[in-house]
Design a protein around this ligand. Sequence first.
Ligand code: ATP
Length: 382
Amino acid sequence: MLRVGLTGGIGSGKSTIARLLVENGAVVIDADKLAREVLEPGSDGLAEVVKAFGEDVLQADGSLDRAALAAKAFASEEARQTLNGITHPRIGALTGQRMAEAPEDAIVVHDIPLLVERDMAAVYHLVIVVFADSATRLERLVTSRGMDRQDAEKRIAAQATDEQRAAVADVWLDNSGEVPDVTGLWDRLVGFEKNLRSGAYASGAPIVVPYDGRWPAQARRIARRISLAAGGRHVEHIGSTSVPGLAAKDVLDFQLAVEDMETADDLREALGQAGFPYVGPYEDTPRGEGDWSKRVHAGADPGRRVNLHLRVEGAANWRWAVDFRDWLRNDAGAREEYADLKIELSQRFAGDAGGFAYGEAKEPWMEAAVRRVEAYRGGQES
Ligand code: ATP
């Protein structure tokens, strides 16, 4: 099952996009709807609310008087926390239940307005942010929803900012004008879900592209996801995409610090479920041939290629990745040399889907780099 988080400011068009995804076959879980469900007449949630806030939050027919509850719950931070303490665990449990009920091959879209405010991004395989500028949202809320203008303004101001949402967006859908076409996005989700279920990862030819200024933000998002799946362990962005200004294959490399290789093997399942299936080395690789001092995983998302290396923190191969990166970050000449080499090799091996020949051809330069990195490291330490 692929878990997709869908968020955006109030009136941005989340429900509109969710509907389009449902038409394609997604299963949608609507957080606002579940929030109402946990306080339905007869629910234990509503009983708890009455116990905490009094009978006067009920209407004559026994259902919740939302305005009366809002007046009490937003009167103080303590009251707000009391209400959240009642609703959040129940909404969480219901969300889990709905996820569990979805078919194994489902693409589950969680429409959750407060994804950013609740710091939830890393629990999803992918986060979609629906964007519309605040003036457009205000107009839509006032004209098509009939919301009071001041009330709408207040609500918009109380939510996360566009920058905060951009920081968690794997996919940014601009819904300021025409409703965007989701065909390409849907194909990506279908491919992602298939890979996830079969344990396959995204691959492609080693095409070197100019440095992309979006890489650091993408890496921060993905690193958080990996770390969460790995019990909070330390994740670093390494490799060419971690060196500002360096041309690179559009594949983000990460290194996950583990205590030992047994731990790495224990994490295999969880990382696979989080969207980073195992690549190797395999059990049938002769011990002398595979590199058994690390475990390699890769990203299942066809829209964002990722390599993930599990290495023992502080070990020689772990340090090399960090030092090589830092050397390139600090040495403009080395960066240029390396970029020229990569561009030349990527053109020479453009038809090589796995990138193995490309990797091998890079070896002589890399071997020479070992001494240069050592010299750099020595300079740093002295
Ligand atoms: P909420 O946060 O309140 O749940 P939402 O983000 O789900 O809102 P929608 O209900 O999808 O937003 O859209 C808000 C309003 O704007 C609706 O009346 C919808 O029909 C309208 N709308 C959505 N997208 C567009 C668009 N691209 N152009 C014009 N109107 C739109």
